[in-house]
Each structure stands twice: as structure tokens, then as C-alpha cells.
Design a protein around this ligand. Sequence first.
Ligand SMILES: *Cc1c(COP(=O)(O)O)cnc(C)c1O
Length: 397
Amino acid sequence: MPFTISHFVASVAPSATLAVSAKAAAMRADGVDVLSLSAGEPDFDTPDFIKDAAIKAIRDGKTKYTDVRGIGDLRAAIAAKFKRENGLSYSPEEVLVSCGAKQSVYNVFHALLNPGDEVIIPAPCWVSYPEMARLVGAKPVIVPAPAERDFNPTREALERAATRRTRMIVFSTPGNPTGAVFSRATLETIADFARARDLLIISDEIYEKLLYDGAQHLSIASLSDDAKARTVVVNGHSKTYAMTGWRIGYAAGPRAVIHAMGNIQSHTTSNPNTPAQYAALAALTADQKFLDPFIAAFDRRRRALAEGLARLPGVACRMPQGAFYAFPDFSALYGRKIGGFEVRDSLTCATALLEGAHVATVPGEGFCADAHQRFSYAVRDSAIADGLARLAKFLAG
Ligand SMILES: *Cc1c(COP(=O)(O)O)cnc(C)c1O
């Protein structure tokens, strides 16, 4: 066969989750009124002043290649943001702008991992961390974190997962899919664990501004000089500024790592989209008060969704403190037949909710948490009420 998929790429399993979203799309095409609570992006439009900055950049002829690492003004603005909001001092040379936070995470894995290296991933985790580890030939080691601890991993579980080959730990806080915020104690535990084992830390902080109930964001890199020296912080504009399609993310860390990541980028994508970089600069340098109405809307929907889910029979749901997801546990229903559907695991549960209640969710298996379903509240308020009513009717059925 002339086309044999490389070992590393072949090791990346096609997501079973895709089958659920394909089914939802097919039902919609057949005219079924499917209510989607599966979105992974804000429902808000990108604010006009951000769009205007991109339009102006295009009119001003800012349409050519830039520095592979991103324009100097944007890297300086990102460095200033880290100083102002996270208490972290990086020079613009220690900042890289990428085509989304996703590319930043991939660049770090590619730059730092060798085949056979192990990456510790507290779970529930973002879908792409295990697959990206596999893409570079490394081994993802999943460490389940208990829901009762708001999905904060324990030191004991981390220690049990560590081997001679462990090189890195990666996590997001606030988390996707959980909406959980790691406590200061958890971050101190992770930093101490990483110091004791000489590990790299990848801290994905893309939801840092989407926080509720007075929760505060703390970057693990800001805990100590040692933590900063072994951490690459990843962040981006997609979630905070409703800019998913613009593809702007960034990373900050030790100069040598950022340099290696820039090298990868120079031979793969080159610079991120040029007008989008000017839009990103406008978003970052504006008074951040424009985010308040978005956060207030998310907060209101969060309560409605999480409280409603927790009231459903057989469903346990914690109140998330960040991002725009709720991550209820449906496992009390596993082994039962509901509305004619056998529910055995997160995939069959998602299928039952989709076909039986016409509500689309994301099954937990993709996040290494098969007891759960991910619900998004980045939807209009009426969709939450409608979705909860459909679920209540179906589960009572
Ligand atoms: C959405 C998301 C990303 C990727 O965002 P980009 O659009 O690539 O910037 C990274 N990490 C987490 C946890 C996410 O939810």
C-alpha cells in the first residue's frame, strides 16, 4: 500500500464522540428539532471594536507575513497582561502567538516530548491532551480526579501515576469539561510534585476570565521561581473574547522552549493570521469591563443549568465555578433501560438523550470520564429551560 498512516498518527483514535455529533446533524437534516447543549464556544458574537481593528488592519495593508512569533506589539501586550493580571514577568521574547491555544499546546508537546515519554493528565481532561501526546509518540497517563474534590487531583494519585519516564503534567483550570477551578492547595501540590520529580508543567488558562461566585484565577507559574521555570502557560482569545474562528492563542515560558516552539511554527504554519493579530491586540489592550455583561449572562445560565440538572432523577451535578460547562454524572442510570434505550455508558447515554429527548450533549468518554455528560451553557437562556424540560420528561418516561 503506498499510503500507510504513520504509527504515531494511526495511534490517534477517531473520536467516538464524533459519532454522536454526526447523528445529531443527520437528525437535524431530517427535520428533527434537536436542541444542542454541546457547544464548545461562546454563543456571543465577537465585539464590534475587535472586528473594526481587523478591518482597519486590512485597509491599512497589514495583510502580509509577520514575525513568525507574532507582531512585537501583540507579544508586548501579552507580556504586559501577564504582569498586570497574573503577576508574571515575561519579556516579549518569552511569548509566542499561535493559531489558537490548540497550536500552542501542540507546539509545546512537539518541542519537549520524545517517543516513550509519559505525560500525566488529571481527568476529566480536555479531549486533545491525550491525542496530542500520542501524535508525538508520547504516552498519556490519565489520573482520575474525584468529583467530590471538585475534580482536583490528589497528591497520592499523582505519585501512583509517576514513573521514571514521566516528563510532563498538563491540565486546564478553569477546566473543560468540568468548569472546576483548582484550589491554591492543589496548584501548590502539583508544583511541588513537579519539583520533586523534575517535571514540566503545561498550564492551560484559556478560561481564566470566565469565573463565578467570586472564584479567583491563580496561575501555577506565579507560585514560585521554580514553578515559573518549569511551566509553559497557554492562553488565548477564543473563549474570553468570543473569537474562536480568528485562531489566536499564545504561550509564555522559558526562552529556550518558546524559541523551539517558534521553530516548529516557522516550518508548519508561519505566523498566525495577520489581521487577526491586530484584532487580538485591540481585545487585549481595551478596558476589560466590556466582558462584564458576557460573564453575567454565563453566570445566570450556569445556575439555571446546573441547578436544573441536579434536580433530574438519577443525575448528580456540581455547581461549576468557571468556563461555560456543567459536567453531571449520569452513571446512576447505567444498566437501566430508559424510554426504550439501553443506557450502559456515556456513549449510549448521549445517544439516548439525543434520540429520546432530542438534546445533544458530549459524552464523557472523550474527556476520560465515562460517568459524565458535558453540557454547555453557552446558549440562550430559553434553550436551557427547554433542554431541562425535555430531559425531565424523558427521564420520567
Ligand atoms: C477551546 C480550548 C482550547 C483551544 O482553543 P483555541 O481555539 O485553539 O484557542 C484549549 N484548551 C482548552 C481547555 C479549550 O477548551
